[in-house]
Design a protein around this ligand. Structure first.
Ligand code: ADP
Ligand code: MG
Length: 285
């Protein structure tokens, strides 16, 4: 029903000079879910994200957040409504410490009520909250490190902390595990699962272990259109999905199990290991 649906698009279209990058997308993101957007390279995932966060204006169609039409609202307005995208909005300052970065994000959230953090008491509260957030993403030990010196995977955890500082109702993550080694992938995956409590997450993710492991629902895009939608096991068995992935060139496929120990290959795997599209993730959490 409508009240279970935090974000909904209807007939969403984005054309670039006649080229249809997003084609009549009807997306329903359920409140409290981890919803993954997947698809071969060029499918329109990033464009879709850019439409949802208003980095791009749709050519046609409608976007509703909590039942409110936000299609023509400005990016800042949408952020204030509780839609926050990791990266752009919470980009970290490399030469400040880890703690300072989280504090700045918290100050941004407090915004106009700056008197709060001008007082000593306010500042202490800010520091306490910043440390809480760092602890939540397992970065307490890095608090005083200059951000640029942190390992890559930890920087992504910091980005998640600065996004959390804004207390988003809907958190958008664009490839949160991109470029990470095995251990970092695992940590960030656990982290996403953990921070998904009391909020909704929509993420573009290439790593099928991550998708299988933590998403409640998947939407598969191909050539701008929705090819399939549903829980992992169902989507993985869909012949259209299998074909869409097999039909892409090797370079496209290579990015999918990039962080996997298995060789690149068609997604729908044969066996029962966690990297396989068929693995049973155990459903909603
Ligand atoms: N600003 C743009 N101008 C023209 N074409 C674009 C633009 N952005 C994306 N496209 C095209 O739209 C399609 C979808 O791109 P994108 O959303 O980046 O796909 P994905 O993120 O799924 O890989 C691609 O064919 C891409 O070349
Ligand atoms: Mg992309």
């Amino acid at each position: 029903m409508a009240e279970d649906c935090i974000l909904e698009t209807s007939g969403l279209v984005k054309e670039f000079r006649g080229f249809v990058a997003v084609n009549d997308v009807n997306l329903k993101v359920r409140r409290g879910h981890i919803h993954a957007l997947i698809g071969p390279n060029g499918a329109g995932k990033t464009t879709c994200f850019n439409l949802l966060t208003k980095f791009l204006e749709p050519t046609r169609g409608q976007i509703r957040f909590n039942g409110i039409d936000i299609t023509r609202e400005a990016p800042q307005k949408i952020a204030r409504r509780g839609i926050v995208r990791s990266f752009q909005i919470s980009a970290v300052f490399p030469h400040l410490t880890v703690l300072e970065n989280v504090r700045i994000a918290l100050q941004r959230k407090l915004g106009t009520s700056f008197h709060f953090w001008k007082s000593d008491r306010g500042l202490n509260q800010l520091n306490d909250r910043a440390m809480e957030l760092l602890t939540a993403v397992d970065l307490a030990g890095y608090a005083d490190m200059v951000t640029v010196e942190m390992p890559y995977g930890r920087k992504r955890a910091l980005e998640i902390a600065t996004t959390l500082a804004l207390d988003p109702e809907l958190m958008l993550l664009d490839e949160p595990t991109q470029g990470m080694g095995h251990e970092d992938v695992h940590r960030v995956m656990e982290l996403i699962k953990q921070v998904s409590a009391n909020r909704t997450i929509l993420m573009v993710e290439h790593n099928m272990k991550v998708v299988a492991g933590i998403s409640d629902t998947l939407t598969v895009l191909a050539r701008g259109s929705v090819l399939a939608e549903g829980p992992y096991a169902e989507v993985a068995a869909n012949p259209l999905v299998i074909e869409a992935y097999m039909g892409t060139e090797a370079s496209g496929l290579a990015s999918i199990p990039a962080n996997d120990d298995r060789p690149p290959g068609p997604l729908p795997g044969e066996g029962d290991d966690h990297g396989s599209l068929r693995s049973n993730s155990g459903g909603a959490g």
